[in-house]
Design a protein around this ligand. Structure first.
Ligand code: SAH
Length: 272
């Protein structure tokens, strides 16, 4: 299979938020954001060319289109994937990197098109927060699992039962591969969204997604948390999103505990 990569030059802000809302209606296989750009990937057989053109024209945005041959995909990510080291707590590397010494948790990820390598500030902050939380014996939900990186770390931190969910089929398959590669056995992965999750009484919900999804699901998240359980979120912007997400979480019975900020991204910890 070949992929189409579309790079929009659109800095963080309202225009980007609205563009993302439209793009989320298309069948993307992956998305990456930097301060200046949004990059989306499509399966080459399913590429919504006219929609992309209309969106770009509607927002007066420039975009670049690139065809990525499946055969080149591995080469391209292998040469670009630098290992990530988060203090001596956790490393995230590819199978072809030598393991780090003196690191508590070594995670091996083959991300392909999915999000979650630790390079992004939001994943890094989630991991830094996870370091401060006692996972032993806990029941954890990883909402928007991507590569599965947070679910894998939760198991390494001794969580008892982990449920991971992602609405992107590509990510689900990728998470399953990464879970196997890391020898994890306590993670169940579902393709879908929160509606798929019939279990209740989670001790911790991890959700590194985005403002729209977090706001939409805040009441369901609160409902599946055990009393006293924690919600750890990221994918929200420090300037625009924190206040509105905070209000919504508090409105659903959660108490704000603490916050981290990096590159204008925020991560927040709540308790029900
Ligand atoms: N947990 C990883 C990946 C975060 S990226 C990390 O922290 O790095 C966010 C993921 O959420 C993506 O894989 C995306 O497919 C998924 N996602 C976005 N909206 C969703 C929704 N409504 N339901 C389920 N998954 C969703």
């Amino acid at each position: 299979m070949d992929y189409i990569k579309i790079l929009f030059s659109v800095p963080s802000g309202d225009t980007r938020d609205i563009l993302l809302a439209h793009l989320s209606q298309t069948e993307m296989t992956g998305i990456e954001e930097t301060e200046e750009n949004v990059t989306v990937y499509y399966d080459g057989t399913n590429f919504p060319g006219p929609e992309i053109e209309n969106l770009a024209a509607g927002f007066a945005l420039k975009y670049e289109q690139e065809l990525i041959k499946e055969t080149n995909w591995n080469e391209s990510w292998e040469s670009n994937f630098q290992p990530v080291l988060i203090d001596h707590f956790c490393s995230i590397r590819a199978h072809f990197h030598p393991p780090f010494q003196n690191v508590d948790h070594n995670i091996v990820i083959t991300p392909k098109m999915s999000f979650g390598t630790g390079h992004h500030a939001t994943t890094e902050m989630m991991i830094r927060f996870m370091r401060e939380i006692n996972f032993s014996g806990k029941k954890v939900l990883d909402f928007g699992t991507g590569t599965g990186v947070l679910a894998i770390l939760a198991e390494k931190l001794d969580a008892m039962e982990i449920v991971a969910v992602d609405h992107d089929e590509w990510s689900v398959n990728n998470a399953l591969e990464n879970i196997m590669e890391n020898g994890c056995s306590r993670i169940a992965v579902y393709n879908g969204s929160l509606e798929m999750i019939k279990e209740r009484n989670f001790d911790l919900v991890l959700a590194n997604i985005n403002r729209h999804v977090l706001l939409h699901y805040m009441s369901s998240i609160s409902a599946i948390l055990a009393p006293g359980g924690n919600l750890l979120i990221s994918g929200i912007l420090a300037t625009e999103d924190v206040t509105i997400v905070l209000e919504q979480a508090e409105g659903h019975g959660m108490v704000f505990k603490s916050k981290k900020i990096k590159n204008n991204w925020a991560a927040m910890l709540f308790q029900k």
